[in-house]
Structure formats: C-alpha cells, structure tokens
Design a protein around this ligand. Structure first.
Ligand code: AMP
Length: 153
C-alpha cells in the first residue's frame, strides 16, 4: 500500500510542479472576445487565465463564457465578439493557490478544477498547476514503487 503522505509526490513543492507563467497561454482583461476565442481555439485549451499588464490575475475565460455572453434571444450574436472585452465575460470567482501552499492543497483543488492558477505573495501570477502534472507524478511514483516491490521479492 502506498502512503501519499510519505511519497515524493506530496513532498514536492508547488514551485517544482507548476507550468511557469512564461509558458502559459493567457489573455488580457481588455482584449476583445474575438481575440480570446482565437487563443482558445488555436491552443485547444478549455480555459486560460486573464491577466493585466502587470501579470495580476483577474479571472478565467473559456469558450463557454464567451458563447454565453454573446447569446441573444434568438441567435448567437457573433458580431458582438469584436466589441466586447474579456473582463465582461470572464469568470471572476476562481480558486487559486499560493506558491507557498502544499501540494496536498493543490491536489484537493484539482479534484474540482482541471488546473489552478498559482500566485506569489504580491498576488502576481506565477503559473498553473494542472491535473495532468499531478497525475503524471502519481503515475511515475506508482510505477517506481511497483518496481521496488518486485525487486524485494
Ligand atoms: P491538461 O491537464 O494539460 O490537460 O490541461 C488542463 C487545462 O489546463 C487545459 O485545458 C487548459 O485550460 C489549462 N492549461 C494547461 N496547459 C496550459 C498552458 N500552457 N497555457 C494555458 N492553459 C493551460
């Protein structure tokens, strides 16, 4: 039986596991929705962080948020895409982690979210922690653990 508490997975820090800010696709609060739709479509990501020029986190934007904000009474009003800005459509209520939080806390948040934004002490965006990263770590750990057990037999 593998104990998560004693494993290297939870022994790692959030800093070791994040995708750093410079490698995270994002949009800015004042970008129009057409630009955000382009970024989401081209990257294939479900949602991306919304930042300002100083890398402060303001929210998350997804294709669902964009579609919902241009939904008229009888049709989707695509012509509104270029006139509306990201901050009008984004989700502002988002869970986030501090760079000093434990990986265990990250794991808990990732149960409900495919990724979580990580902030430093000044609330500046440092990167994201994704489900994929944590699952990859766990997978590697389980494989190594099984190999060690096989060697013991
Ligand atoms: P993954 O766990 O790699 O499938 O990623 C889950 C979600 O995290 C994606 O759908 C995106 O919303 C977000 N994500 C992952 N990697 C990036 C990245 N480099 N830039 C922006 N968002 C990302």
């Amino acid at each position: 039986m593998i104990s998560l508490q004693s494993s290297k997975v939870l022994g790692a820090t959030i800093k070791d596991l994040i995708i750093p800010a410079e490698r995270v696709a994002h949009v800015q609060v004042k970008n129009n929705l057409e630009h955000a739709l382009l970024v989401l479509t081209k990257t294939g990501y479900t949602a991306v962080p919304v930042l300002d020029a100083k890398y402060k986190l303001h929210g998350l934007i997804s294709i669902t948020h964009i579609m919902d904000s241009i939904l008229g009474l009888e049709r989707i009003e695509f012509e509104r895409l270029e006139h509306m800005v990201v901050e009008e459509a984004m989700n502002k209520e988002l869970a986030s982690l501090s760079i000093s939080d434990t990986v265990e806390k990250g794991l808990e948040l990732l149960v409900d979210h495919p990724f979580v934004c990580v902030l430093n002490d000044e609330n500046i965006f440092e990167g994201i922690l994704t489900r994929r990263t944590i699952l990859d770590r766990l997978h590697t750990h389980f494989i190594n653990n099984n190999k060690e057990q096989d060697l013991e037999i």
